[in-house]
Structures are given as C-alpha cells and as structure tokens.
Design a binder for this molecule. Structure first.
Ligand SMILES: [Zn+2]
Length: 118
C-alpha cells in the first residue's frame, strides 16, 4: 500500500465515527458507498477513489480537508507521559489512540479489533 493510501486509511480509521454520523443524514446511495468503503478498507484494499467520491473532492484533498484541528486525532496531543499509546491492530495505518492506564484498550473502528499497545 502506498503512502497516500495509508494516509487515507489513517483518516478513515480516526474519523470513521464522525463520518458515519455525517452520512447518517445523507441519501441511501451515500450510506451504501460508505458501507462499501468500510468493507474495502477493512480488507486493506485501496479506497482513496471511493472516499473522494463520498466526500465529493479530489483524492489529493481528502487527507488535507480532514486534517483541521477540529477533526484531529482524538487524544493525539496533550496526553500525559504515562498515558498508554495504541496503534492500528495490523499496522496498516498511522492512527494512534491514547487511553488512561488500566483503561480498556481502544478498538479500531474499521476492524473492530483491539488496537496494539505501542
Ligand atoms: Zn487502523
């Protein structure tokens, strides 16, 4: 998988809950498209083209458009030093999540699997 696809996957992994919410109000076609993206992404197949279709933007703009502070990775900054950091279960994307010590490990939104401790 090339770097761009990995970036798109990272965006998808980190932003999936929001994306699902956004698409909940959209047409059945759009929801079907998001379902397909989730299946493809979970199978680690390229999804950049499908995501750009869903968001109606150029593939190159996908990652940039989602990189604003409001949609930044949850807990990616400002964590305490003793927070535990978790990453993608199969290391397919750069999504990182933190949790409090002894807290439940976060799960990957795409795979539904527990994330790996880094
Ligand atoms: Zn992931």
């Amino acid at each position: 998988m090339d770097r761009f696809e990995r970036d798109v996957l990272t965006m998808l992994c980190a932003g999936l809950p929001e994306l699902r919410q956004e698409c909940a109000n959209l047409s059945a076609d759009r929801k079907a498209l998001l379902d397909r993206i989730e299946v493809e992404a979970a199978s680690r197949r390229p999804v950049a083209r499908l995501v750009s279709q869903l968001l109606e933007c150029d593939p190159e703009d996908i990652v940039e458009a989602r990189r604003g502070p409001a949609t930044g990775l949850p807990g990616a900054g400002g964590g305490r030093a003793d927070d535990e950091v978790f990453g993608c279960p199969d290391d397919s994307c750069n999504h990182r999540a933190r949790t409090v010590p002894a807290g439940e490990p976060p799960r990957c939104a795409l795979l539904g699997l527990r994330m790996r401790r880094l």
